[in-house]
Design a binder for this molecule. Sequence first.
Ligand code: BGC
Length: 742
Amino acid sequence: MKKAILTIAAAIMTIAAMAQPKLTKDNIDDVINAMTLQEKASLLVGVRSSLVPGAAGYTCGIDRFGIPITVLADGPAGLRIRPTREGDSKTYYATGMPIGTLLASSWDTDLVETVTKAIGEEVLEYGVDVLLAPGVNLHRNPLCGRNFEYFSEDPLLSGKMAAAYVRGIQSNGVGTSVKHFATNNQETNRLENNSIVSQRALRELYLKNFEIAIKEGKPWTVMSSYNKLNGNYTQQDYDLLTTILKKEWGFDGIVMTDWGNKEGTVKSAKAGNDLMEPGRQNEVDRIIAAVQDGSISKEELDRNVRNMLNYIIRTPKFNGYNFTNKPDLAAHAKVALKGAEESIVLLKNDNACLPLKGTEKVALYGVTSIDFVAGGTGSGEVNKAYVVNMEDALIKAGFTLDNTLADFNRTYVNYKKAENRLNHGWAQAKVKEIAVPLSAIHEQAAANDMAIYVLGRNAGEGADRNINGDFELTEAERDLIRDLSVEYHALGKKVVVVLNIGGVIETASWKGLVDAILLPWSPGQEGANAIANILTGKVSPSGKLPMTFPVKYQDHPSSLNFPYDWNLFHARGVKKDFEYTKYEEGIWVGYRHFATRGAEVSYPFGYGLSYTSFEYSTLAIKATADGFEATIAVTNKGSVAGKEVVQLYVSAPEGGLEKPACELKAFAKTKELKPGESQTLTLKVSNYELASFNEATSAWEAASGRYSIRFGSSVQDIRATAEFKLKKALSWPVNNVLSPER
Ligand code: BGC
């Protein structure tokens, strides 16, 4: 009798376990079958939690299935969590790495993987499952307030950098979220703005970077953007999220919304937007009601739930990872330093002004030398333990600084910060340049060996930059450069400018006044040390511009359709570029425009100087099964060690679609070459990568004929050319979707 009772009890327990299976990778369907509608809907909507203070969002946990809450936190320039916790004396700082634009300036996918492997370790060890990065949107226009988070004006460079970024983070067993999909190219009215874009520009530029990132990086998640694209919110667009992303490109992770709550939850879920973040109860309610009234089918619901469960089983939370809250911050600071050193761009170096001896007596100008900008603001800002400023870095490197000037800058910065705190309750706002009296500069020029001027800008989420006083220099900055130039040059002394900025600024009108210009962008917490190492020649600069520096802002065709003055929109209720933005320039973005029209630029795409020089030779092109492989030898002809970035541009034969004069199709960076040393680089290009998008046939098409292959040190500095013959025209048809006329 006793035995019979036990057997019945065991049977009941087995049935209960079957009805309520604990999630494993092998029983996802059983779990789905056992879930209630309420549970399914909840899994598709984020929840609030305080598991990791400062994390941006969470996914819903369901205990009875062993489904944990997973944690999502921002990037891209490092992990963004709160550094201190109430009632806890420990700190939770993350490493402030170089911004995306600086990483892209390295043109080095291995370097990017090294940097992001370190970021990923912090993600893992602080108990986070997904880093909400990288930001992949194209630099359509220099004034986009979030360009600093993004990589480039070129889709290939953006895509390759993003794929490397994803690989580095995910090598730790944590996820990434490639964002913001897609055409989130302005911050003004970013929640509602409708980007109106031709199918060609979309496919070739604004989706291409994502396509490469998805196919080559295999991210766990993608974040749809806030904005509309050709009339639909991207998060509600089936063609974008399912037809293209999931079906054409084979993306098998989850799509999450950017951090809003749009009324069209049902449309989002149907479109293939698996997760609503940060999540509100009304989104759960909308999904439940829609399933009940049939507007979301059971298949659609289960499809999204399955995607979520497939995501969850990959996470460290699900796999019970015991995080330490102690990532190796000291080791990662070294990675941050290297990331900056390998990426900083030398724009000008007349008469070998740089490198310096490191023992000079330097007059260090600019409030930014104290108020150094390690990264941008908004969700991309990282809570780092410290930021090295230029003053400290130069002293550490051996320079003697002019004390009166350093005191002047420090006093002013401290005063402004205190004033900000008093007036606005916070001190972070970037301090604007202060005028330095000419008489003081006169004395400083006599008392010092040279001038270094650190010019700074900060930008961030939620606002685009302005032309006046942001793209263009302020009056104080202009006057300072002019006065430094006059006073120091009169005594035969040099003036060096360091551009500690997040986005492109005007350089054409003043670059002639100074001897050297270094562009470290916003280089992270160790960036100032990296700048010092380049100034002293400890490291030879090897970064190259990932975008064009135009002569004037208006030289960019997109400037005709971009909100360049935030106040204008607020004040006047203007619709153009606020409610909608027409990408009338089509594919003529960045160097595609400048190189094709032969328009003058201040610094071209791909440009950057070195302390040494390189020669390109023995070029060979070999056809492969699906394209060609090019080899080229690069030799260091100078007297110091250095690295070179080789850029492969292709010009298509006449006869096909109208194309840019050339397009970047591959790139590679040498190892550090000693004087006289050579390295042979191999660059591969597939036929598919040669193709352009033909709207009439809705196909990628590569015309037959002779393709001119150009190896450049920049888009304007072509060092070797060759040819590749495509015997037969090729075409890859795709779905005819996302037309602006739909
Ligand atoms: C930003 C995202 C960010 C998210 C979470 C949004 O406002 O656009 O880039 O990941 O907030 O913080």
